[in-house]
Write a protein that binds this ligand. Structure first.
Ligand SMILES: NC(=O)c1ccc[n+]([C@@H]2O[C@H](COP(=O)([O-])OP(=O)(O)OC[C@H]3O[C@@H](n4cnc5c(N)ncnc54)[C@H](O)[C@@H]3O)[C@@H](O)[C@H]2O)c1
Ligand SMILES: CC(C)[C@H](C(=O)O)[C@@H](O)C(=O)O
Ligand SMILES: [Mg+2]
Length: 367
């Protein structure tokens, strides 16, 4: 029997997780998937209960599980504590310990939400782009880092952005492979845009050269383009449909994916998969713990529910149950149900719902 470990985390984490787990249990029964669910602590709740953001017991359960579903971590309660044991460090550590180097963030516009985005409908209609973010390297993990005191008594913060050729090659392969799969499925040319700051940073000059060599050696059928990160931010809001697959490092990927989220109407709509070399994965919404709306039944659970669909597709290779969840999400949007973040005040026929009601509506579509 395969196991899924659920890590609800902090803030809106438990609220969105309750709804996502109900959906997972429903498809587990309906499609006879034979999944067994376990839970553990991560983030602030783990600090409160065990003194560290990623207890050994949680990591052991995550290693033993076939897949992990995560809500969100962090919040003002823990922002002042020593940096090395903050909630976010628990998330970084589990990604690193499990070798989850490939983070896939899909910005797909549900047509029903064309008016919920802050961009004009014609700019985003039909949008379906994939950001492939390197997740276990770059400036997030580079050494040395810290805050030191200079001779003149002034403090200086420093981090180090590093990438080895092997790290660039393995994320490049994921991006090129997925571009080929998407091209085949959509009947379109395969294309990858690699995002860097090669005009300034040596580390991303190596990134760019490595992508070029990889494409020339193994992926001559994929069109490879390059864009500086600042221009990519601008182009994402100017003409996002020019992109199919974007591949980039850890920090640029973090920033670009929050930006891409808004193209779909809300960050509450963006799911993600973080995969290791063998397809084992952790699945999580791209958003955070949203302390401003936590505990108020206002969170959009759809990014987490759609992350369950990604889990079924990528780890359990069960396309029918993944597609059923995505269809159920589309159906509730067709019915006009909207959480506050995707509500369009000017559109008629919409009903404002809370996190629980949205989750239950998806569930009802699956039964
Ligand atoms: N993967 C993660 O666990 C993760 C990701 C990002 C941020 N964080 C943490 O979350 C905390 C808050 O960070 P932040 O405010 O910068 O980002 P955030 O994503 O939590 O929130 C940004 C804004 O988006 C809204 N929002 C986010 N998710 C939503 C949802 N599902 N439905 C409706 N609205 C939603 C919030 O209400 C807020 O206004 C911090 O501690 C941060 O470190 C965790
Ligand atoms: C909470 C934080 C460590 C995390 C990141 O920066 O990777 C988050 O912003 C994300 O996008 O998953
Ligand atoms: Mg982020």
């Amino acid at each position: 029997m395969a196991t899924v470990l659920t890590l609800a985390g902090d803030g809106i984490g438990p609220e969105i997780m309750t709804q996502a787990v109900a959906v997972l249990e429903a498809v587990n029964d309906k499609f006879d998937l034979g999944l067994s669910l376990e839970t553990a602590d991560i983030g602030g709740i783990a600090i409160d209960n065990a003194g560290v953001p990623l207890p050994d017991e949680t990591l052991a359960k995550a290693r033993a599980a076939d897949a992990v579903l995560l809500g969100a971590v962090g919040g003002p309660k823990w922002d002042g504590i020593e940096r090395s044991i903050r909630p976010e460090r628990g998330l970084l550590k589990i990604r690193s310990e499990l070798g989850l180097f490939a983070n896939l963030r899909v910005a797909k516009l549900y047509p029903q939400l064309a008016n919920a985005s802050s961009l004009k409908p014609e700019i985003i209609s039909g949008l379906d782009l994939l950001i492939v973010r390197e997740l276990t390297g770059g400036i997030y993990f580079g050494e040395p880092r810290g805050i030191r005191t200079l001779d003149n008594g002034e403090q200086q913060g420093y981090n180090t952005m590093v990438y080895k050729t092997s790290e660039i090659e393995r994320i490049g392969k994921v991006a090129f492979d997925l571009a080929q799969v998407r091209a085949k499925a959509n009947g379109t040319p395969a294309k990858v845009c690699s995002v860097d700051k090669a005009n300034v940073l040596e580390v991303t000059e190596l990134w760019k050269q490595t992508m070029i060599k990889l494409q020339q050696a193994d992926y001559s059928d994929v069109d490879l383009s390059h864009m500086y990160a600042d221009n990519a931010c601008m182009q994402l809001v100017k003409n996002p449909k020019q992109f199919d697959v974007m591949v980039t490092g850890n920090m640029f990927g973090d920033i670009l994916s929050d930006e891409a989220a808004m193209l779909t109407g809300s960050i509450g709509m963006l799911p993600s998969a973080s995969l290791d070399e063998h397809g084992k994965g952790m699945y999580e919404p791209c958003h955070g713990s949203a302390p401003d709306i936590a505990g108020q039944d206002k969170a959009n659970p759809l990014a987490t529910i759609l992350s369950v669909a990604m889990m079924l597709r990528y780890t359990f290779k069960h396309e029918a149950s993944a597609a059923a969840i995505e269809q159920a999400v589309s159906d509730v949007l067709d019915d006009g149900l909207r959480t506050g973040d995707i509500m369009d005040a000017d559109e008629t026929g919409l009903t404002l719902v809370g996190c629980k009601q949205m989750g239950e509506a998806v569930l009802a579509k699956l039964s």
